[in-house]
Design a binder for this molecule. Sequence first.
Ligand code: FE2
Length: 424
Amino acid sequence: MTDLLVKNCMLANNKDPRDILIEGGIIKDISTEIIVEKIPVIDADFHFVTPPFVDSHFHMDATLSYALPRVNKSGTLLEGIKLWGELKPTLTADAIKERALKFCKWAIARGTLAIRSHVDVSGQNLIGVEALLDVKEMMKDFIDIQLVAFPQDGLLRANCLNNLKAALDMGVDVVGGIPHFERTMEEGHESIRILCEIAEKRGLLTDLHCDETDDPMSRHVERLAMETTRLGLNGRVAGSHLTSMHSMDNYYFSKLISMLVEADLNIIANPLINITIQGRQDNYPKRRGLTRIPEQLNAGLKVAFGHDCVMDPWYPLGSHDMLEVAHMALHCCHMTGINEMESCFDAVTINAASVLHLDNYGIKKGSNGDLVVLQCKDKIEAIRLKPARLFVVRRGEVISSTRPVRYELNLRSKKENEDLLFKG
Ligand code: FE2
């Protein structure tokens, strides 16, 4: 918990620059000019300053395991799950921890200071849970990690209810599930009822992988909304992926969306992963397979984006850059209107923080002294350029920094050498 003065910040809602004063790790003042003595000062140099990125959906127990023990040849979700099943028995807590710690450093350097990570509880043991609880504790001064007890092979299909409850007893924060991977639609529905009742009884948030399929009849989200409303969990439940919604009948969707609003269901889309995993069995034209993000936003639902995977059985790429995620969503969902582009930025910052129920988030007096200085001027330019994270500040301490990126051209005349490459 330290003090810091950040000069010359361009904020989302101010045309003129502001200074931000952090005292004891908390934002104490935001004004046009703040003068204080004897505390560290950094200069944002009129660059855009944002609250940290928040990744609302990730799998830290699988990350950086690409090609272990082999690659996913078909690129499908189902081969990815099979491959993960082959890898699981060979995993050790130390190996999971080592990869997760390395990944956390990548995330922090990119300005992400909160991550909701699912952790598989459907195996023979809970070493993934033990490892990630350790990582959460080890990294707590730098990044908030929220863990979800996730029965990857199906709560009922893999008979792992006891494991899931044990993981929650050990300190895992959120109830997870995967109804579309249960054997039948009925078992999928039943798993939702069981999981929501556990969440209600324990006072926990819920986040289910839900309808991550191209099957338009995969309608577990309907049951998730119904159970959320029945149990009074409104605003505390998230549906992750929801890709079947892409393929649903429009009339049915018009009924469904009102149920989602009634339940105040939080939406978590994973654009990088679903654009590569969905539509694999289609002939041309191939479906994109993302959930209906613009329609959900227009209905007033909270929509957040997750990175989901970095170099694991499901996705061979990624460097954990949440702006890459926002960029992909914007393109895949035709969201090129100004408000739509800004909402893609919000989906990896303020909306994601709200979905995770993070306390004291945002650049305002009284909030945590957490911020990121980006080498750009606003939200839209951030998505366009995916710029350098000049400073990453956590509770008033600079925990990562990068020199401004400058391209030095060597063309024929001085004029041509001016840095005009990326200016608007
Ligand atoms: Fe996932």
